[in-house]
Write a protein that binds this ligand. Structure first.
Ligand code: ADP
Ligand code: MG
Length: 575
């Protein structure tokens, strides 16, 4: 996994080298100070030569300045490295999310995914910068200071070295605990985000049902869970900080006592004693670093694991390697013994064979849950059939690129999804980059012109999140305008007017009829009056297609359709 992590550094090699080099040089300078002090006390001080002392001080000042600059570079450019890696990962994740299929989104919560792309990646960025650098510097400082201490007095150095196993043990102990806790923390945060996302997204339903108390209780559960895990993390952090503090003081104290003894015995000069004390401080500094690593590394790794979970999910609907651009299709559709079921469930679409000629309008009727919507969603390959094959103009749809296939198919559904933004933005979504004239033409054909002109802001009117500021009919007209602009040869109208009142429905039927002109149209409707004029009506039941034909044929046949029709209109007269 670490190797995969490092592949993300590749585009930023130069930045990494710059940051790393500066950090190493700064680390070496840090090691040099105690040595300098040692010589200052032992050699310059007894000579009492002020000029020399001033020169030495000036040289030290220079080194300090250099170190300041290096620290600036490490902090700023180093973080830039982290931020770049994080941004790149975020981009890759977003790109990947665009490719994942309906099945994936059926099974994942929006809030969870948002948590991954925002919070998890933040932590990865932090580690990407600090991780390798801190580890290396820690190692370098540890070894370097030890060698220097050996140079001053090997006995004292070896004695000091004895505490290293304790340091390593403490680091490993706390690190392991932290990784686990952070994984818990992130999934708690994701649950928490998902809860808020669902609540706010559905706040109108919550208030309509007056279920605020219920929602509050659910939220409190997640909030409490998050608090618990967070507290657990802080508890471990507090433990690790305190233990490290104690260890560091112990080392200082130990060196002080032993050093004094060596000085008294005449084995250590004052300068060496001071230098050694300072070096001992540098020596244990990695504990501090390791502390920081204990804080950030497990966070980053936990985040990276969650990141990989998404990145390693292959889209179950994707372009075949040899897929070609479908170009502009005529819209001659053939379902050939198509079977499909959701998530290994029983088949929802059962061995359906159906031919729809270009330009034909075909209507699907049947009980709710019979699989009409599902059947239509196989055509743009939102889901992949488990058996059988679908072709358009004689070509298997799997041989076309997804983008080119979907360019040829337009869908108008019952619940229109609009984006927050202006009316213009939402119409233009049907054809990005459409000019003003085309947008107005589409609006006109969807009979939306008067409405837009009546708005103080016209086309620039903001319609609110998901179009909340529009009526159902207006939303549907916007969706139709969007489709006029997209102008696909194949059209799917899935209960497009079912949510509307009768009067609006009648008005919108006209626009839909105009939209359907010259296209292969698949209509799903439960109000039979709206589909009487279809070229063919197909009755779909859980067992498959039970009958098909023109309206009048089916009514006379006296089968399923005639019973449905009778139920809706009470008699077999034409209404
Ligand atoms: P219709 O449009 O004819 O009313 P659908 O195609 O919407 O029927 O649904 C057919 C069946 O598939 C239903 O039993 C429904 O519960 C199930 N179903 C629909 N969508 C999904 C989904 N995304 N995941 C799992 N099952 C689904
Ligand atoms: Mg449906």
């Amino acid at each position: 996994m670490l190797r995969r992590f490092f592949t993300y550094y590749r585009p930023y090699k130069k930045l990494f080298i710059l940051d790393f080099t500066c950090a190493v040089v700064a680390g070496l300078l840090e090691l040099g100070f105690p040595v300098a002090v040692n010589h200052f006390v032992d050699e310059l001080l007894p000579g009492k030569n002020w000029t020399l002392i001033l020169w030495a001080s000036a040289a030290l000042l220079g080194v300090y300045l250099l170190n300041t600059v290096l620290n600036y570079i490490v902090t700023y450019w180093g973080h830039m490295l982290g931020v770049n890696i994080e941004t790149n990962m975020r981009k890759k994740m977003f790109d990947h999310l665009q490719k994942l299929s309906f099945r994936f989104y059926d099974n994942h919560k929006t809030g969870h995914l948002m948590s991954r792309i925002s919070n998890d990646l933040d932590n990865i960025g932090e580690v990407a910068h600090h991780g390798p650098e801190d580890l290396f510097i820690a190692g370098m400082t540890l070894v370097g200071s030890f060698l220097l201490m050996l140079g001053i007095n090997w006995k004292l150095a070896v004695l000091t070295f004895l505490i290293v196993p304790i340091l390593v043990w403490a680091a490993l102990y706390f690190n392991g605990k932290m990784t686990k806790t952070y994984r818990g923390l992130f999934s708690a945060l994701a649950d928490f985000n998902a809860r808020v996302e669902e609540n706010i997204g559905g706040i109108r339903v919550v208030q309509a049902f007056a279920n605020e108390e219920h929602e509050k209780a659910l939220f409190e559960e997640n909030n409490g869970e998050y608090r618990q895990t967070k507290l657990r993390a802080y508890k471990i952090m507090a433990g690790s900080l305190s233990v490290n503090y104690m260890l560091m003081r112990l080392v200082s104290l130990f060196v002080m006592v032993c050093g004094t003894w060596f000085v008294i015995r005449g084995e250590l000069s004052y300068g060496e004693f001071i230098g050694f004390l300072l070096l001992a401080n540098v020596f244990i500094r990695p504990i501090e670093k390791i502390n920081a690593i204990i804080e950030s590394y497990p966070k980053g790794i936990a985040g990276f694991k969650r990141y990989l979970e998404i990145m390693d999910t292959a889209p179950d609907v994707a372009d075949a390697p040899e897929a070609v651009d479908a170009g502009w299709l005529k819209g001659d559709i053939a379902f050939d013994r198509v079977t499909f079921g959701y998530d290994d469930g029983p088949p929802v679409v059962n061995d359906i064979s159906l031919r729809i000629r270009a330009g034909e309008t075909i209507a699907f009727v049947g009980p709710s849950g019979a699989g009409k919507t599902t059947l239509c969603s196989l055509l743009p390959r939102f889901y992949e059939p488990t058996a059988g094959r679908i072709s358009i103009d004689g070509q298997d749809i799997r041989s076309m690129t997804l983008a080119s296939l979907r360019r040829n198919i337009g869908i108008v559904q019952q619940d229109v999804y609009l984006f927050s933004g202006t009316i213009r933005d939402n119409i233009a979504y049907g054809k990005l980059g459409a000019d003003e004239e085309e947008i107005w033409a589409a609006a006109r054909r969807a009979q939306l012109e008067d409405f837009i002109l009546a708005q103080p802001e016209g086309m620039a009117t903001v319609i609110g999140e998901r179009g909340v500021k529009l009526s159902g009919g207006q939303k549907q007209r916007l969706a139709i305008a969007r489709m006029f602009l997209k102008n696909p040869p194949i059209l799917i109208l899935d209960e497009a007017t079912s949510a509307l009142d009768t009067e609006t429905e009648l008005a919108i039927q006209q626009s839909l009829a105009e939209l359907a002109e010259g296209r292969t149209t698949l209509v799903i409707a439960h109000r039979l009056a709206t589909i009487k004029n279809a070229d063919r009506i197909v009755v779909v039941t859980a067992e498959g297609i039970s009958e098909q034909g023109r309206h009048q044929e089916l009514v006379t046949a006296g089968g399923h359709y005639s019973r449905l029709y009778e139920a809706q209109f009470g008699s077999l007269q034409n209404v």
